[in-house]
Design a protein around this ligand. Sequence first.
Ligand code: HXC
Ligand code: NAP
Length: 296
Amino acid sequence: MHSVMAQQPPDVEEDECLPEYRHLFCPDLLQDKVAFITGGGSGIGFRIAEIFMRHGCHIVIASRSLPRVSLAAEKLVAATGKQCLPLSMDVRVPAAVMAAVDQALKEFGKIDILINCAAGNFLCPASVLSFNAFKTVVDIDTIGTFNVSRVVYEKFFRDHGGVIVNITATLSFRGQVMQVHAGAAKAAVDAMTRHLAVEWGPQNIRVNSLAPGPISGTEGFRRLGGPQASWRMKTPLSPGQRLGNKTEIAHSVLYLASPLASYVSGILLVVDGGNWMTLPNDIKKLMDFESSSAKL
Ligand code: HXC
Ligand code: NAP
């Protein structure tokens, strides 16, 4: 019989709540806490919101598309009975971030947890990546993470403490092909995590990064798992021979955000089943990609 210790919790591919959920952590782990989640209307961020709400937390989900976060909030409230405030906000626009954080504080009176999950990505070789394409990904992932962290700090965490979890990636560890923009942007966020953990530690603020591997049922995987993706090849994806799912990421984020991790700050927690060590990083595929895009 297989050990249950590496067994996947059930998940669904779509941006829907889980039809049933079995608590592994204490169900009141985040009772009456408030979490602000950027990119919380879809994919990994949506599941983080759901799992937090299933542990007693109220949530703010913020991204560019108001219809997206509004629909997500309806689903999350229906499934969990906790409160969820959907807000439209582009992380690249400081004034919009300030207005959203003000609205969140008006609604709930506090923020205990910030999850920086908003990001943008696509596959593109460095040689044909436009200046603006590189800048756009850095603007969303790196500068966006700083903007939101800085605003939440100033408006609440400085005087009350708090927890920040930045969702990053393992792309830079081995210099993943066609990912110079996202790899560089996320590596900068991991550096930011350590700087902020040091500077804001005295205010009782913990700051950590969490880097998922390829996760099923997400836009990130759909974009990077396309026909050109090296991990589509018939090679084992990870030492565990499988993809991760959104619930597995949410559980690890829950750990980092909760009092279970009260003495954990400034780290990068990799949640990828060991994937980064074995993922194909195929320079030959890159050459094929470059020659085919040159024909366009
Ligand atoms: C090359 C591209 C491109 C592509 C856009 N650009 N898509 N270049 N290949 N596929 C270029 C554009 O031509 C433009 O440059 C510049 O990028 C900005 O494009 P816009 O469309 O104007 O940007 P914007 O509307 O701000 O949208 C941002 C975006 C978009 C990142 C380009 O895809 C987006 O909104 N993404 C959000 C959803 C997402 O990406 N989810 C996945 C996250 S997963 P020029 O020079 O023409 O002006 C993730 C996974 C990490 O991060 C790791 C997985 C293992
Ligand atoms: P996703 O569903 O596309 O999530 C990205 C979210 O960010 C969307 O909800 C999007 O909503 C929001 N967003 C994008 N640009 C924004 C902006 N400028 N301002 C505010 N919000 C913005 O993709 P995902 O795959 O679940 O990715 C979630 C996180 O996990 C990302 O940080 C990603 O880098 C990381 N990650 C994913 C994988 C994976 O396999 N999926 C692997 C490693 C890391 P709007 O369009 O409404 O703005």
